[in-house]
Design a protein around this ligand. Structure first.
Ligand SMILES: [Zn+2]
Length: 61
């Protein structure tokens, strides 16, 4: 049969969708912060264990 799909021109510009899901919330149960679809972490910025809080004026030797 005809394989030509009319009406949908392929521009060759297929962008990669780097979304991780829409309805993900922070893994911390008490936290209901919705994660960004571009945030591949499991926690919001507040509970993200990887994020080291800035130690102002305190130098860690
Ligand atoms: Zn959180």
């Amino acid at each position: 049969m005809s394989e030509a799909l009319v009406g949908t021109p392929i521009t060759g510009n297929d962008r990669p969708s780097k979304a991780f899901g829409k309805d993900r919330t922070c893994r911390e149960e008490v936290c209901e912060t919705r994660l960004s679809i571009y945030n591949n972490g499991k926690y919001c910025s507040l509970h993200e264990p990887m994020s080291v809080p800035r130690t102002r004026g305190k130098k860690i030797a």
